[in-house]
Design a protein around this ligand. Structure first.
Ligand SMILES: NC(=O)C1=CN([C@@H]2O[C@H](COP(=O)(O)OP(=O)(O)OC[C@H]3O[C@@H](n4cnc5c(N)ncnc54)[C@H](OP(=O)(O)O)[C@@H]3O)[C@@H](O)[C@H]2O)C=CC1
Ligand SMILES: O=CC(=O)O
Length: 322
């Protein structure tokens, strides 16, 4: 008998057809709200779930006794309790690599947009306020030759640093759990303590995953170490930063500006001051959101799910099931 799966979110028709060849695609309302009887009914039958931003809780896992594989269409998996999955013999797969360059493109775009005040100055033109040459109060910051500090130097961190070092002649500092000697050689990057990086960088860019260790890694103390001219960019996860401290640092000039793709709460609540601040470029979590990359991520997640449910090795397993 075919195994059953829940497809949460969008796959293209060809990907759905590929899965339907091997598995029964369970009909459902698109919700994982286990307080609803119809959701519990579907979960009770499912062997695999594929989707992104899946709100996986122990209660949801209790409702899915046949579940063998979760295939997330993302590289990050901070919303998923991996240890709990492992305890229950459930495999988690994710989609690294295929999104690295696209995410790095957006990370560097945020460095440029926040550094050169692109959104703020485009607004001047849009609102018909460009009546004479702009003065120093609207001048921006150089990017080339400035020091780029990478907090996290994995796949995406390295790809952003590569753009900065090789394209813009930026000296690279990095703080990372492990040293990266090959990247030091390739990019002339220097590893240092986080505090040193914060004090010496002109651009600080966050690319660490959200974990217990990295939650609120950057708070009031860390902002106070940065240069008043520093530009802060976060494309990792909002909760790596104490958002109240970030807002305060931007409001009182502790740092100069920020480019943000991720927030403590997403979508941003209407009460957040961040989108209204002239020195903030705020985006709706879109670093990997190009047609090509979202397609590649979905395909990778489909491949992972199919392989894992067929008892073969998936391309990207997060945990190991004995
Ligand atoms: N905005 C968006 O749309 C996107 C956001 N992301 C986010 O980016 C994150 C990074 O992705 P990716 O680069 O592929 O992941 P990687 O695992 O390749 O890189 C993460 C790096 O962070 C380092 N690290 C982990 N924990 C710590 C710590 N406590 N202190 C210092 N360094 C640490 C790791 O060190 P080591 O090498 O030693 O293990 C690793 O080098 C994802 O987890 C996701 O949250 C990703 C894609 C799109
Ligand atoms: O935030 C996106 C991801 O892939 O992780």
């Amino acid at each position: 008998m075919k195994k059953s799966i829940m497809v949460m979110g969008r796959l293209d028709a060809r990907q759905e057809a590929e899965l339907a060849e091997h598995f029964t695609l369970l009909e459902h309302s698109g919700s994982l709200d286990i307080s609803r009887a119809e959701v519990r009914e579907v979960l009770a039958k499912t062997h695999g779930i594929i989707g992104s931003g899946l709100p996986v809780t122990p209660e949801l896992l209790d409702a899915a006794p046949a579940l063998q594989v979760i295939s997330t269409v993302s590289v990050g998996y901070d919303s998923i309790p991996v240890d709990e999955l492992t305890k229950r013999g459930i495999l988690l797969c994710n989609t690294p690599d295929v999104l690295t360059e696209t995410t790095a493109d957006l990370g560097f775009a945020l460095i440029m947009a926040a550094g050169r005040r692109l959104v703020e100055l485009a607004e001047v033109v849009k609102q018909g306020k460009w009546q004479s040459s702009i003065g120093p109060e609207l001048f921006s910051s150089d990017i080339h030759g400035k020091t780029l500090g990478m907090v996290g130097f994995g796949r995406i961190g390295a790809a952003i640093a590569r753009r900065g070092a090789l394209g813009f002649g930026m000296p690279i500092l990095y703080s990372n759990a492990s040293p990266k000697p090959a990247l030091e050689k390739e990019l002339g990057a220097k590893r240092c303590e986080l505090d040193t990086l914060l004090a010496e960088s002109d651009y600080v860019c966050i690319t660490v995953p959200l974990t217990q260790e990295t939650e609120k890694l950057i708070g009031k103390r860390e902002f106070s170490l940065m240069k008043p001219s520093a530009i802060f960019v976060n494309i990792a996860r909002g909760k790596v930063v104490d958002e109240a401290a970030l807002i305060e640092a931007l409001e009182n000039g502790t740092i100069k500006a920020a480019g943000l793709d991720v927030f403590e709460q997403e979508p941003l609540p209407s009460s957040s001051p961040l989108p209204h601040m002239a020195n903030v470029v705020a985006l709706p979590h879109i670093a990997s959101a190009t047609h090509e990359t979202r397609q590649a991520m979905a395909q990778r997640a489909v491949d992972n799910l199919r392989l894992a449910l067929q008892g073969e090795e998936p391309i990207n397993a997060v945990n190991e099931i004995a």
